[in-house]
Design a protein around this ligand. Structure first.
Ligand code: TRP
Length: 449
């Protein structure tokens, strides 16, 4: 397979593509975001809806994104224009580019925290005072002004660096090595965490649903938003990655592998984090700091914990980079085509702008903590708008586009399903089920019923 196709870059192999898509999916969303959103949403009932969202809405839309990208061989905006020229579907593309700016802006803040912890473990772990535990350490660090910004800047620099080098040499290589390592470490840590004494409570919390939670409409939106976020769905990251694929590969298998692995990662992360939450007496709904408080506690209680801390935050940061790369690539691919910028120029300029957009999210923890919208701080607000509004809306448009905007036979052929029962089921989900489900979840969360 050649590296270029009509002047566009291509993945080196089908495996390389799958690993890159997994690298995009597996990131802070599986560990940091999954843990705190599950904690805030009450555990098992949320987890159940989350998994249903992945199966019934996530995987079909994931397939839709791969299919659009590979057929159109263009960036997220160009893809809609290529398949249905002159039609309004292209708004989904612009929504995607906007989402990339918003998500990466706050993603960089959290990834910066992870890098900071990694570097702390290089010199023996976070230095906690005599009385204050890891919670106090975290508060002192993340409410600061310059340090978190510095780490956010370094993270953005790494992300820009990889996108600068290019799709194949940058993204594909790193994922092949780092993903399996992270998986092994999470399994080891989950095994250890389950011996901590909070295991039974954690298992109940994660797997015994409190059905009364189902009466809360916000749980559904939180689950849908988490499903989209974790699978990197709804904004064309996977359209863009699909566009670097040659015509020959089989898509449905790739979509199921990516979603399956991503979900497994999240559940393992839950098994790693929640036993510690209960063993250390931390509230499950303590918010975005959850992993930064519980995990150092786990490492502290472990012989050779510093080594585990070091490895863990290294791999979490690496997973964040491979996800950040997929976010940046959406915007970079668009600006390269639309404005004929070089890859290098686009990566540098857009990366820097996204860093600037992220600054208020970071300062919202400390200096700007008085600024809230409906009780959410700045980062939370950015996350809510992107994950719970833009991504599901983008996903809705993508489903409608493939279901209605595209001729059915063309879509089936482009997807590799062909005119099979599975393929027809997929189209029915995209035509009716997914759009209606997303619409109802939206309406219920804003209190329509
Ligand atoms: N899925 C990644 C995570 O779980 C984050 C991410 C990467 C993302 N690309 C995306 C989220 C595109 C939404 C859309 O950390």
């Amino acid at each position: 397979m050649s590296d270029f196709n009509n002047g566009r870059e291509q993945w080196g192999s089908r495996l390389g593509f799958i690993l890159a898509a997994m690298g995009s999916a597996v990131g802070l969303g599986n560990i940091w975001r999954f843990a705190y959103v599950t904690g805030e949403s009450g555990g098992a009932a949320f987890l159940l809806i989350y998994i249903l969202c992945i199966l019934a809405i996530g995987i079909p839309i994931l397939m839709a994104e791969f299919t659009i990208g590979r057929r159109a061989q263009s960036d997220v905006v160009g893809s809609f224009q290529e398949i249905t020229p002159g039609k309004p579907w292209v708004v989904a593309g612009f929504l995607g580019v906007a989402s990339a700016f918003i998500i990466l802006s706050f993603y960089g803040v959290i990834a910066g925290w992870s890098l900071h912890y990694f570097v702390q473990y290089l010199s023996g772990g976070p230095a906690i005072g005599a009385e204050g535990g890891f919670a106090d350490y975290f508060v002192a660090f993340h409410t600061g002004t310059f340090e978190p910004l510095l780490w956010q800047f370094i993270f953005m620099g790494m992300t820009v660096g990889i996108v600068y080098v290019g799709v194949k040499k940058g993204i594909e290589k790193a994922n092949k090595i780092l993903m399996p390592l992270l998986a092994i470490l999470v399994i080891l840590l989950a095994g250890y965490s389950l011996t901590l004494g909070g295991a039974q409570e954690a298992l109940d919390f994660l797997f015994t649903p409190d059905w009364s939670q189902l009466a809360n409409p916000e749980v559904y939106l939180a689950a849908l938003g988490q499903a989209f976020f974790s699978l990197s769905l709804g904004m064309g990251a996977l359209i863009t990655y699909g566009s670097y694929l040659s015509k020959k590969d089989k898509l449905p298998g790739a979509a199921v592998s990516v979603a399956g692995l991503d979900t497994l990662f999240a559940i393992l992360a839950g098994l790693m984090i929640f036993p510690a939450v209960f063993a250390f007496g931390i509230e499950p709904d303590s918010g975005p700091g959850l992993v930064f408080i519980t995990l150092p506690g786990i490492f502290d209680s472990l012989g050779a914990g510093v080594v585990f801390g070091l490895l863990f935050f290294f791999l979490l940061s690496a997973a964040a980079v491979s996800s950040g790369v997929s976010l940046l690539e959406v915007a970079v691919a668009y600006f390269m085509r639309r404005f004929s910028w070089s890859r290098q120029k686009a990566a540098l300029i857009i990366g820097f702008i996204i860093f600037l957009i992220g600054i208020p999210s970071s300062l919202g923890m400390g200096a700007l903590s008085g600024v809230t919208f409906f009780g959410r701080d700045i980062l939370d607000t950015m996350d809510f708008i992107a994950s719970n509004v833009f991504l599901p809306l983008g996903g809705l448009l993508i489903a409608l586009f493939v279901g209605w905007g595209w001729k059915k036979a063309d879509a089936l052929e482009a997807s590799d399903f062909g005119d099979t029962a599975l393929g027809n089921g997929w189209v029915i989900i995209l035509r009716y089920f997914a759009p209606v489900a997303i619409f109802i979840i939206f309406l219920s969360s804003i209190g329509v019923f």
